[in-house]
Design a protein around this ligand. Structure first.
Ligand SMILES: Cc1cc2nc3c(=O)[nH]c(=O)nc-3n(C[C@H](O)[C@H](O)[C@H](O)COP(=O)(O)OP(=O)(O)OC[C@H]3O[C@@H](n4cnc5c(N)ncnc54)[C@H](O)[C@@H]3O)c2cc1C
Length: 252
């Protein structure tokens, strides 16, 4: 039987706001020296205690930056609140309070899912939860790449500097109500000047918006499976365990 890998136990060395609704937490551990070189953009699991010690609460996040020489990773947390402003969610509550010296066990990383580079042009889209993975994706594009990057943010002040290739246009979409039925990210994608030739797409966002975008990319723009990566990173109204079930049902 395959041996279960033990968690790496990391320590917070810094926590600060990148933008009003994005908080960066830096985690350190000697163990990080054994992370794969290309860890940026890969997902991993944060491990939180639960009532059942045999079944901790896991939350999925992305390695935003990896510094092998100093054994550190940066994790960027989108700060989500419920409509009445109260903070829900074990991960986001932890991130808001995190400070130097806090301990965080982790599992992973998994593999980074990168856009198919064998294309004439590229369309990448994400909300703030997928911004770290999106950044790793456009870092993998050739300098001559052309296309569009569409990013949904909560407020104008949540814009970040994105080092995209010169031929790639960046479109910011402000949505103060993440997961709202209007799906502004989807509507922004529909208004893009769609590139000619073989287009590769990478898109990750809220579940309902993901489903609308998937229909558009597959059926309206006829993007083939080989050139389409699309995933939901969260689902409005469901915590991560229930979102995972909804995802499995969707696949089936
Ligand atoms: C592969 C992958 C990589 C990910 N990487 C990142 C990352 O780098 N940064 C990041 O911020 N997120 C990332 N996410 C999303 C993150 O895992 C979820 O948002 C997760 O639900 C947050 O956990 P929580 O404990 O804060 O909230 P949960 O306990 O899971 O949920 C509590 C409540 O908050 C709501 N909620 C959860 N997320 C959001 C949100 N973003 N906006 C509004 N309401 C929300 C839920 O619907 C639920 O009602 C990633 C997800 C996946 C699948």
């Amino acid at each position: 039987m395959a041996k279960k890998r033990a968690a790496r136990v990391l320590t917070v060395t810094a926590a600060y706001s990148l933008t009003p609704n994005m908080r960066r937490v830096t985690l350190f551990g000697e163990d990080l020296a054994s992370f794969p070189e290309q860890a940026e953009g890969a997902y991993f699991k944060l491990v939180f205690p639960s009532d059942n010690p045999d079944r901790p609460t896991l939350r999925t996040y992305t390695i935003s930056q990896y510094r092998r020489d100093t054994h550190e990773i940066d994790v960027d947390f989108m700060l989500h609140n419920s409509a009445d402003g109260t903070v829900e969610g074990v991960a986001v509550s932890w991130a808001m309070r995190a400070s130097a010296g806090d301990i965080m066990p982790i599992f992973g990383p998994g593999l980074a899912t990168l856009i198919n580079r064998d294309a004439d042009a590229f369309v990448l889209a994400a909300d703030m939860t997928a911004l770290p993975a999106l950044a790793a994706n456009f870092a993998s594009l050739p300098a001559t790449a052309t296309g569009h990057v569409v990013v949904e943010i909560i407020s104008d002040e949540d814009r970040q500097i994105l080092n995209v290739p010169d031929g790639v246009q960046v479109h910011w979409v402000v949505n103060p109500y993440p997961g709202s039925d209007e799906s502004p990210l989807y509507h922004a994608i529909k208004t893009l000047d769609w590139p000619k030739g073989q287009v590769a797409v990478w898109c990750a966002c809220e579940f309902k918006t993901m489903k609308k975008c998937r229909h558009y990319f597959s059926h309206v723009r006829q993007v083939s499976k080989s050139h389409l990566y699309i995933s939901s990173y969260w689902k409005k109204g469901l915590h991560e365990e229930l979102h995972k079930i909804a995802k499995q049902e969707d696949v089936e």
